[in-house]
Design a protein around this ligand. Structure first.
Ligand code: ACO
Length: 428
């Protein structure tokens, strides 16, 4: 017998058998539950989508209680150990690891599209010298839709593929230009002889030398960080990408919205907030006082807690290891001692233990980025570069899913009942 949920409506005495599939009931199956002919049917109320699946997806699997993260079935630990960002992006987008020939062709296509239109450069020059690079990033991604009107052909597979190549290839260039703009240095054109991460470092940090020498430890660390951030199923920015994309707008416009969602301090801005917090704490002696304030509800321990992970975020473990390798090259980040001590205390403290608050991906990533020479304002941009592959994979999956329609949640109206307009002079 198929799994069902039997609901008795006490208002009418009627019983309903609602099918359960893949551990879920369809909210629309509740519509048949009506209290009288005027009733349009029962709906569910779920602010912040705490308990509502909005899609079927084959891309990323997370078991938050067990601390498991897999892309297309491959554990994140194995990908971080053996893969590169471009290979992982291919996996996320196309569902399988590429063959040697496929990887070469994919890499060639991506590296072919790393340059930006010169007018994009002019557009970026229009920003204030102190513009936040994430604001520059999301505006520039949105502006792309005007440069590539062919991107409107969202149901043309070849056109979609082209936008995928462009987006993955160009986001590091936009990010690097935004960074160079913020420090008043000339933009560096891509060097396609280098790897994806190596070229990014080149566009960020090259000075007058003819050929930028990539440090292999930093290059690998960046690849790992990119792999870890490539996708994370239906998070805030991905839901934004799917939600905006469901109106059938072009992927650049949808991705500008996704990047805007990532900008927020509760999402991609969290590692920036972690560093600010560590700087504010200032020294290990101040930690007990800080923890006390957090427990009293006067602020949060940034980089701790996650909507899905109720155990140690698997990405945080990998990042912690990577941090040691990076610090061996760059020198130890002095804020690391504060972070380690905060983590030690929080993992023993009843407040954090009972709420299952563990370090998330952002707790250590900011320390690495800072040691590599990035200002904190670049952190969300560094997140957006690899997340581009996840966003567009999820966008394409949404477009090709025959069950999807324009996203349009319901509401429970609790405002004023109908009333008559009052002329201005009669209002008290
Ligand atoms: N510090 C202190 N207390 C916390 C924290 C924290 N970082 N996170 C959650 N709590 C407490 C809440 O106050 C609440 O306590 P209560 O039950 O006594 O009211 C309880 O834990 C549950 O918290 P919620 O806010 O309901 O959890 P939610 O799943 O909505 O929030 C979130 C998840 C937003 C990530 C939250 O843990 C947070 O704000 N963390 C800090 C910001 C952060 O690191 N964000 C990065 C997330 S990872 C990413 O986006 C890549």
């Amino acid at each position: 017998m198929a799994d069902t949920l039997t609901i008795t409506d006490n208002r009418t005495g009627k019983q309903y058998d609602i099918p359960i599939k893949d551990g879920a009931i369809r909210a629309t199956d509740l519509k048949q539950i009506k209290n009288g002919t005027e009733d349009t049917g029962l709906i569910t109320y779920d602010p912040a989508f705490m308990s509502t699946a909005s899609c079927r997806s084959r891309i990323t699997f997370i078991d938050g209680d067990k601390g498991i993260l897999e892309y297309r079935g491959y554990p994140i630990e194995q990908l971080a150990e053996h893969s590169t960002y471009l290979e992982t992006a291919y996996l996320i987008l196309f569902g399988e690891l590429p063959t040697d020939a496929q990887l070469k062709e994919w890499t060639k296509q991506i590296m072919l599209h790393t340059m930006l239109h010169e007018n994009i450069k002019k557009l970026m020059e229009g920003f204030q010298y102190d513009a936040h690079p994430m604001g520059v990033f999301l505006s520039t991604v949105g502006a792309f839709s005007t440069f590539y009107p062919d991107a409107k052909q969202i149901f043309d597979e070849q056109s979609r593929k082209k936008q995928i190549h462009r987006l993955i290839a160009k986001v590091p260039t936009i990010a690097a230009y935004a960074f160079r703009h913020s420090i008043g240095r000339p933009y560096v054109y891509p060097d396609n002889d280098l790897s994806f991460a190596g070229n990014f470092l080149n566009m960020l940090f090259k000075m007058t030398e003819l050929k930028y020498q990539v440090n292999p430890v930093l290059e690998r660390a960046l690849e790992i960080l990119f792999i870890l951030h490539a996708d994370h199923e239906q998070n805030c920015s991905t839901s934004a990408m799917r939600g905006i994309g469901s109106s059938h707008v072009d992927p650049y416009s949808a991705m500008a919205g996704a990047a805007a969602a990532l900008y927020g301090p509760l999402h991609g801005g969290a590692n920036e907030a972690v560093l600010r917090m560590l700087n504010e704490i200032g020294s290990v002696q101040n930690i007990p006082g800080f923890i006390k304030r957090v427990k009293a509800g006067e602020g949060r321990l940034m980089g701790f807690g996650h909507r899905v992970y109720k155990s140690y975020d698997p990405r945080a473990k990998i990042i912690k290891r990577t941090a040691d390798q990076v610090f061996a090259v760059t020198g130890r980040n002095p804020l690391l001692d504060i972070a380690l001590e905060l983590e030690r205390i929080a993992l023993e403290d009843e407040y954090f233990v009972s709420r299952k608050l563990y370090p998330n991906v952002d707790f250590y990533s900011g320390l690495i980025y800072q040691a590599m020479g990035f200002p904190v304002t670049m952190f969300p941009v560094l997140f957006a570069i690899p997340r581009t592959s996840g966003w567009i994979a999820q966008w394409e999956e949404m477009l090709l899913d025959p069950e999807q329609k324009i996203a349009r949640p319901r509401q429970l109206y609790i405002g004023a009942k109908r009333r008559e307009y009052v002329a201005l002079e009669k209002r008290s």
